[in-house]
Design a protein around this ligand. Structure first.
Ligand code: AMP
Ligand code: MG
Length: 441
C-alpha cells in the first residue's frame, strides 16, 4: 500500500485535545504477537527489533509525533455522563499516511496519564491476548475493526479483581484510522466550545470523510458507518460489552475489546461485561445502544449544526441498519440477495429460528455457508427442514468452508488458548488460532 509517510495531523487540532505524555519504563519479556503482513502492507516494514524499540521503548517513528499523546474525551458510560475520563492507559503514539489515508498507531497499557485516575495505566497480558483474538476474528468476518498490530509482554505484575492476581502485563499496539470518539465531540460541547467542535469536525471531514463539505454531511456518514458496524456485529454474534460513547470511533471502526463475548447460541439477553447488571449492552440491545450513542453525538454537533438534517440522519438509522444487517447475513451465508423485502423477511425468520432452536451459533454459520445447495445431506437433519427450505431460493455465491470444524471464539475457546500460556508459557494455540483467522480474512 505504498511507502510509509509519517504524519502529525492531530497537531492541527491544537490546544485542548490532548496532552503529551511519558511512557512507562518497561522491561521486555517477549514479543507475543506482531502482524508483519499488516506492517508491510501499510509500508512500515518493521523488524521485530524495531517493534520493540517503537512500541516498548517508544522511540518516535520518523516524521510522526515526537512524543506520545493522551487524548482528551468525555463519554456516557452506561448512559451516565462522565467528564472525568480520557486516555487513561492508552496513547496516540504515531500517525502516518498510507494509500492516501491517515492511520493511527495507538497503544494500550503504556503508562499513566493525566486521566488515569486511580488506575495503573497498564493492560493485563490476558486482556491483550483477548483483544488480538477479537480483532482478528472480527476482521475475518468482515467487520470494520481496529487491527491488532503488536503485543509485547513486560515484566510487571498487575493486580486486578477480575483476574487471578498477580497477573502478567503487556503493551498492545493497535492500528486504526482514527482514535476520535463520539466522546471527543461531547467534551467540546460540554465546555460550550463551538470553535473546538468546528476544528474537530473539519479534521474528521478532511481525513475520514473527504467527500463531505459540512458537519451535517459528516454526521450522516457516521450514522451509515455505525449502522454498518453494529449490523456486522449482529451477523458475527458479537457482544462488544461496553458500548459507551468513549468507545465509539467517529470512523465507525469498532475497537476496545475488553469484556466482549461471542454468542454460543442466539440469546438477545446475552451480556458480556460482568458489571453490566441491567443488560444495557446485551446482544439484542446493541443496535438501540448505537442509535442512542449517535443521538448523543448529534446533540453535541447541534452546537454548530442545524437540527433538521441531524434528526433526518438519526431517523434513517433503522432502515440503514436493516440494509447492512441483510448484507452481512447474506455475505456470511454466501448467498445472493434478492430484493429488500424478501431479504429482510428471510433475515427476520433466520434470527427467530436461531433463537427458538438454540442451534449452536458457530456451527450454524459454518454448516450453511454456501447455502442449502452445498449442505452435505447427512448434516441437514440437524436443522429444521422448514428452515432449510427457506434458504433454497437464494443463489449460492460463496464457497463451502475448507475445514470441518467451525471457527469460534467462545469463552471456553479463549480459556483453552490462555491455559497453556498461563501454565507453561506455551503460545502455540494462540499462534495457530491467529494464523487460521488471518487465512480467512
Ligand atoms: P474502558 O471501559 O476500557 O473503555 O475504559 C474507560 C476509561 O477508564 C478510559 O478512560 C480508560 O483509559 C480508563 N482506564 C481503564 N483501565 C485503566 C487502567 N488500568 N489505568 C488507567 N486508566 C484506565
Ligand atoms: Mg475505552
Amino acid at each position: 500500500m505504498g511507502r510509509f509517510q509519517g504524519a502529525k495531523a492531530i497537531e492541527d487540532l491544537g490546544e485542548g485535545f490532548y496532552d503529551p505524555v511519558r511512557p512507562a519504563d518497561f522491561n521486555l519479556v517477549g514479543v507475543r504477537y506482531f502482524d508483519s503482513d499488516l506492517s508491510n502492507s501499510v509500508g512500515l516494514n518493521l523488524t521485530v527489533d524495531q517493534v520493540v524499540s517503537h512500541f516498548l521503548r517508544f522511540e518516535p517513528l520518523p516524521g510522526s509525533l515526537s512524543q506520545p499523546l493522551a487524548l482528551r474525551y468525555h463519554g456516557h458510560q452506561f448512559r451516565h455522563y462522565n467528564p472525568d475520563i480520557g486516555d487513561g492507559r492508552g496513547f496516540l503514539f504515531a500517525q502516518y499516511k498510507a494509500g492516501g489515508r491517515l492511520l493511527d498507531l495507538g497503544t494500550k497499557g503504556s503508562g499513566t496519564t493525566p486521566y488515569s485516575r486511580r488506575g495503573d495505566g497498564r493492560l493485563t497480558l490476558l486482556g491483550g491476548v483477548r483483544e488480538v483474538l477479537a480483532a482478528n476474528y472480527l476482521k475475518s468476518m468482515g467487520v470494520n475493526t481496529s487491527r491488532a498490530f503488536a503485543l509485547i509482554e513486560t515484566d510487571e505484575a498487575l493486580v486486578r479483581h477480575d483476574e487471578p492476581s498477580p497477573t502478567r502485563a503487556a503493551v498492545l499496539t493497535r492500528l486504526s484510522h482514527s482514535h476520535i470518539r463520539f466522546g471527543t465531540f461531547q467534551r467540546q460541547a460540554f465546555f460550550g466550545k463551538q470553535d473546538g467542535l468546528e476544528r474537530l469536525s473539519a479534521y474528521c471531514q478532511r481525513h475520514f470523510y473527504p467527500d463531505t463539505s459540512t458537519p451535517e454531511d459528516m454526521f450522516d456518514r457516521v450514522v451509515t458507518a455505525s449502522a454498518d458496524t453494529v449490523a456486522s456485529w449482529m451477523a458475527a454474534g458479537f457482544v462488544h460489552g461496553v458500548m459507551n460513547t468513549d468507545n465509539m470511533n467517529i470512523t465507525g471502526e469498532s475497537f476496545d475489546y475488553g469484556p466482549y463475548r461471542f454468542l454460543p447460541t442466539l440469546d438477545p439477553k446475552y451480556t458480556a461485561a460482568y458489571f453490566d447488571h441491567g443488560g444495557l449492552y446485551a446482544f439484542g440491545r446493541q443496535p438501540e445502544a448505537m442509535s442512542w450513542n449517535l443521538a448523543q453525538l448529534a446533540q453535541s454537533l447541534s452546537l454548530i449544526c442545524e437540527d433538521a438534517p441531524l434528526i433526518g440522519s438519526l431517523n434513517d438509522f433503522a432502515p440503514r441498519y436493516q440494509s447492512a444487517l441483510n448484507h452481512h447475513v447474506f455475505r456470511r451465508l454466501g448467498i445472493a440477495p434478492k430484493d429488500r423485502e424478501t431479504d429482510t423477511e428471510f433475515v427476520r425468520e433466520l434470527f427467530i429460528y436461531l433463537q427458538e432452536s438454540q442451534v449452536p451459533w458457530p456451527e450454524f454459520w459454518h454448516d450453511w455457508q454456501g447455502g442449502a445447495a452445498r449442505m452435505p445431506k447427512d448434516q441437514i437433519g440437524t436443522y429444521d427442514a422448514a428452515f432449510a427450505k427457506r434458504l433454497e431460493p437464494f443463489e449460492v455465491t460463496g464457497e463451502r468452508p475448507q475445514t470441518d470444524r467451525p471457527e469460534s471464539l467462545l469463552y471456553e475457546d479463549i480459556g483453552e488458548i490462555w491455559q497453556p500460556i498461563a501454565e507453561s508459557d506455551d503460545w502455540s494455540a494462540f499462534e495457530q488460532k491467529n494464523v487460521s483467522l488471518m487465512a480467512k480474512a
